[in-house]
Design a protein around this ligand. Structure first.
Ligand code: SAH
Length: 467
């Protein structure tokens, strides 16, 4: 980040605007949203600024613009309409020790004005460091649609009742109170009916201490999706934002964790390279313990929590401890990998059966029967299959079908270091090695013609599609 967003206290701060025409007026309109004392330096004011001066909302100064005249103003806007004059005034304002914003000259700005979604006192500021103002406006439009016009009034009401709630309620009850206000039907009621009925309901709840206790939230087993952070579902994001603690695995994209609340505890329970994995019973125990403390728990797993993720064992442990759980599905790696090569998991007329299988099973369970899964019309997606590639090739060879099978392998699907390989199964062990395909990867196996992704990548060289 070259710039850092902060909210400055403006009450009674002196803000100076240099210029008396349209550019200055625009900055003035922005500053009038705040409690700052606004001074405009210009020989003459346009009609709008003059009207504001006449109404006493800004102070008009006509004296010379010197560093002394500007001293003590923490923020100076420069917008005379003449770039040369603006550059000279920038130097003067900098001399005076102010943070300076020069209209349309990002290189001369110590402070940039963001695009703002204004639900005062709820304010969202969007900045792109001057790279993409159009994008900032698009984001603003999206947020404007998301946030109810009265949301600021509700926040202000909560602010007025905060002390009262603090005097009468325990911290846990207060959290429940504000969750009830902001997450529950009260928020919708406020959007519809405004302050009066909602203020009454909140005061009644505080006075009687009868805050509708949030039903203990079930532990959410959330799918983070494969690779890229934007492949999580909206429901997954919501659960993350509500979570007090998040237990996550190695393959979860770090960008997904960014979507959680800043103060949420993040606990890594995966297997770091070269280290022992957390044993499953230890993971179960920490999840159960956190939920029993009344914390909102998210167990975040890459892909879908129901696919090779040991979700069932965690769900059983929770149930055994008398705790509820919820499964929030995710995009599984096979979907992410097929999409990465522009392919399809099933194709009408070609492949009507999709098998998700693994290269690694529970100890003592042997290996899956890849041969049986590989019919003429199936696609077989093998998870955790790279290390098992020699075993897979041997099985196919023993069944006499090795030379009928094609492989599409995608490692690190949906990540910048994604690799794709397409080859005949006869070559697969060497080809995987040569192409540098390592875990995490999906191996798609299909008998010729019933392919997952092959149709899409046929134009590329047969052996190595893309690395
Ligand atoms: N629950 C996950 C699977 C976890 S098992 C899901 O639904 O996708 C771990 C295996 O998933 C890895 O060994 C690999 O086979 C696969 N995998 C996970 N992320 C992947 C990715 N970004 N690209 C390719 N394979 C991935």
């Amino acid at each position: 980040m070259k710039t850092f967003p902060m909210f400055l206290t403006m009450t009674d701060r002196r803000v100076v605007i240099l210029g008396g025409a349209e550019q200055a007026t625009q900055k003035c309109r922005l500053m009038l949203k705040t409690d700052a004392r606004i001074e405009v330096f210009a020989p003459r004011l346009d009609v709008e600024l003059q009207a504001l001066a006449d109404a006493g909302r800004i102070t008009h100064r006509t004296g010379p613009i010197t560093a002394d005249a500007l001293r003590g103003a923490p923020l100076v806007f420069v917008g005379t309409g003449c770039p040369g004059v603006d550059a000279a005034l920038h130097a003067v304002a900098s001399d005076a020790g102010a943070l300076v914003n020069v209209v349309d000259q990002p290189d001369l700005c110590d402070a940039m004005t963001p695009a703002i979604v204004d639900r005062d006192p709820v304010v969202v500021a969007i900045g792109t460091e001057g790279t993409a103002p159009v994008l900032a406006r698009q984001i603003k439009t999206t947020l404007e649609r998301m946030l109810d016009p009265r949301l600021g009034d509700l926040a202000a009401l909560a602010g007025r009742l905060r002390d009262y709630a603090a005097r009468r309620l325990e911290p846990g009850q207060r959290r429940d109170l504000w969750r009830w206000v902001f997450n529950g039907p009260l928020r919708a009621r406020h959007a519809r009916d405004g302050d009066v009925p909602v203020a009454r309901a909140i005061k009644d709840a505080i006075r009687s201490g009868a805050v509708p206790a949030a039903a203990p939230a079930p532990v959410a087993l959330v799918g983070a999706g494969p690779g890229a952070s934007d492949l999580i579902t909206l429901r997954g994001v919501l659960r993350l934002q509500e979570a007090d603690v998040i237990f996550y695995d190695r393959l979860v994209d770090p960008g997904v964790l960014e979507l959680a609340r800043r103060d949420a505890e993040r606990v890594f329970v995966g297997k770091a390279p070269g280290c022992h994995a957390w044993p499953q019973d230890k993971i179960n125990a920490v999840i159960v313990a956190a939920a029993k403390q009344g914390r909102r728990v998210v167990r975040l797993k890459c892909g879908d929590p129901g696919v090779f993720a040991r979700g069932a064992e965690e769900a059983q442990a929770l149930q055994g401890a008398g705790l509820d759980y919820e499964v929030v599905p995710g995009v599984t790696a096979a979907s992410g990998a097929a999409a990465a090569v522009g392919g399809f998991l099933t194709e009408r007329g070609k492949s009507d059966t999709l098998v998700l299988t693994t290269g690694r099973c529970a100890d003592g369970n042997g290996i899956p029967d890849w041969v049986t899964h590989l019919t003429r019309r199936s696609n077989v997606a093998v998870y955790m299959g790279v290390a098992a590639a020699p075993d897979i090739a041997n099985s196919l060879s023993r069944a006499g079908i090795l030379d009928e099978v094609e492989l599409t392998a995608v490692s690190n699907a949906q990540r910048p270091d994604q690799k794709i390989l397409r080859c005949d199964a006869t070559d697969m062990v060497a080809a995987l090695d040569q192409a540098g395909i390592e875990s995490p990867a999906i191996l798609f196996l299909s008998r010729r013609d019933a392919s997952v992704a092959q149709q899409q990548v046929q134009a590329a060289p047969r052996r190595l599609v893309a690395v």
